[in-house]
Design a protein around this ligand. Structure first.
Ligand SMILES: *[C@@H]1O[C@H](CO)[C@@H](O)[C@H](O)[C@H]1NC(C)=O
Ligand SMILES: *[C@@H]1O[C@H](CO)[C@@H](O)[C@H](O)[C@H]1NC(C)=O
Ligand SMILES: *[C@@H]1O[C@H](CO)[C@@H](O)[C@H](O)[C@H]1NC(C)=O
Ligand SMILES: *[C@@H]1O[C@H](CO)[C@@H](O)[C@H](O)[C@H]1NC(C)=O
Length: 380
């Protein structure tokens, strides 16, 4: 972008500015607050800001503050050293969110000395990371994440890592296991919270009419078909949209989910091998989730929204024919279906600590078998 355009831009209202600066649909990205902030910056800083939120910026990994980090020497050769934990956040969130740091602190309280690593977007503003949760090609984002984790000094030397995926971060973390499990840091326990493993049938509504990033995403969707390459390569939720009433188009065009769920005729055996190599895959569903439609997607169930009937994972071909290794994992006691009471992403510290205690910790630890119904609600 050229400097001399700035005086004109600076005189425009924020909403229009976002169009002018980012003429393409995918870049409604900057949050109004961030743009207002940008307007107060000196010109050079402003250009840096714009570059930071530019769409070609690939997503990057940031790690938590040093209080959570142990020196690499301490990590090696220690039997009771907890495995590092990697966290992938959800749609509309960013890695500098206070809530994610609190989660990391809870992990550290449960297993002191745990190295936590939050997957985030690059840039001086948190908005770049938030933008990447709405816009981008998930395959490319995932590829970047695989390399970034593989290059981290602590993760790459740890015997394995544990992982958390919140909401859409859950299916992306699973994609990480499937696609990069053979060469990037190997995941032991994966916990997903309110994720969309079997896709969504509806898009999330924006929480506010001035949330330009979210409104921009929805505008992009309305302006063209969800199955166009244009949308599939740019709009993140479109890449896990799954319409059973339009299944052929989904199979033909889904940029992400149809592939990692091995739903197409040609299956990738590596995906199944990598999921089966997990020790624990824990799928947590929120019983009153009204954000994820249908919420049962978090347990890989299929819901017919017309008849309201639910087909559980174990009655579906993806499990019976073991397309992605879930059956094999289940047969060795590694697949847990849990539910928490409440709305999407409403959890208590107590629940989180119980989960971290149960599934994370030192490399050599033993795990209990599948959870019993008396302990966690299990029925669909
Ligand atoms: C299967 O997935 C792996 C990991 O992403 C990839 O390296 C390989 O090329 C894929 N195989 C096929 C046949 O697509
Ligand atoms: C997304 O990126 C991958 C890797 O660059 C590419 O192969 C694929 O075609 C892209 N998807 C779309 C819909 O353009
Ligand atoms: C999906 O792709 C197949 C093979 O290219 C084609 O025959 C079929 O018509 C496509 N389906 C739709 C709904 O576009
Ligand atoms: C969903 O249920 C309706 C009503 O029972 C049925 O007509 C329809 O074929 C079902 N859809 C799918 C994809 O199975």
């Amino acid at each position: 972008m050229q400097l001399r355009q700035l005086p004109v831009l600076l005189s425009l209202p924020v909403a229009i500015l976002s169009f002018v600066v980012f003429p393409e649909a995918e870049v409604f990205q900057a949050h109004a607050e961030d743009l207002s902030l940008a307007l107060t910056l000196p010109v050079t800083k402003y250009v840096e800001f714009i570059e930071a939120v530019s769409p070609d910026q690939s997503i990057q990994i940031t790690r938590l503050s040093p209080t959570h980090v142990r020196a690499a020497e301490d990590v090696e050769d220690s039997d009771d050293q907890p495995l590092p934990v990697v966290i992938w956040h959800g749609l509309g969130d960013s890695a500098d969110n206070k809530g994610l740091k609190e989660v990391a602190e809870l992990i550290d309280e449960t297993h002191p000395g745990t190295y936590t690593y939050i997957i985030s977007a690059v840039g001086s503003a948190g908005s770049a990371d938030r933008q990447a949760s709405f816009f981008g090609n998930v395959t490319e984002q995932l590829d970047y994440v695989c390399h970034a984790l593989a290059e981290d000094n602590i993760l790459k030397t740890a015997p394995a890592i544990d992982a958390i995926g919140f909401s859409q971060g859950g299916q992306f973390m699973r994609g990480y296991v499937e696609r990069c499990g053979g060469w990037a840091p190997k995941v032991r326990s994966l916990i997903t919270f309110g994720s969309q493993h079997n896709g969504i049938a509806e898009f999330q509504k924006c929480k506010s009419s001035t949330d330009w990033v979210c409104q921009g995403a929805n505008a992009l969707l309305k302006s063209s078909t969800v199955w166009s390459d244009f949308v599939q390569s740019r709009l993140v939720p479109a890449q896990y949209y799954r319409d059973t009433g339009d299944y052929e188009n989904y199979l033909n065009h889904s940029n992400f989910l149809a592939d990692i769920n091995n739903e197409r005729k040609v299956k990738n055996a590596t995906y199944a091998k990598n999921i089966a190599a997990l020790e624990k895959f824990v799928m947590v569903v929120f019983d009153k989730d009204r954000t994820v439609i249908p919420k049962e997607s978090g347990w890989f169930a299929e819901v017919n929204l017309t008849s309201d009937s639910v087909t559980p994972l174990k009655d579906r071909p993806i499990y019976k024919e073991d397309w992605i290794g879930l059956r094999k994992l289940d047969e060795k006691g590694g697949l847990d279906f849990l539910s928490l009471a409440g709305e999407h992403m409403h959890f208590s510290e107590k629940d989180l600590k119980a989960l971290f205690g149960r599934y994370f910790g030192p490399a050599g630890r033993k795990f209990e078998g599948p959870v019993g119904e008396e302990e966690w609600k299990l029925e669909l």
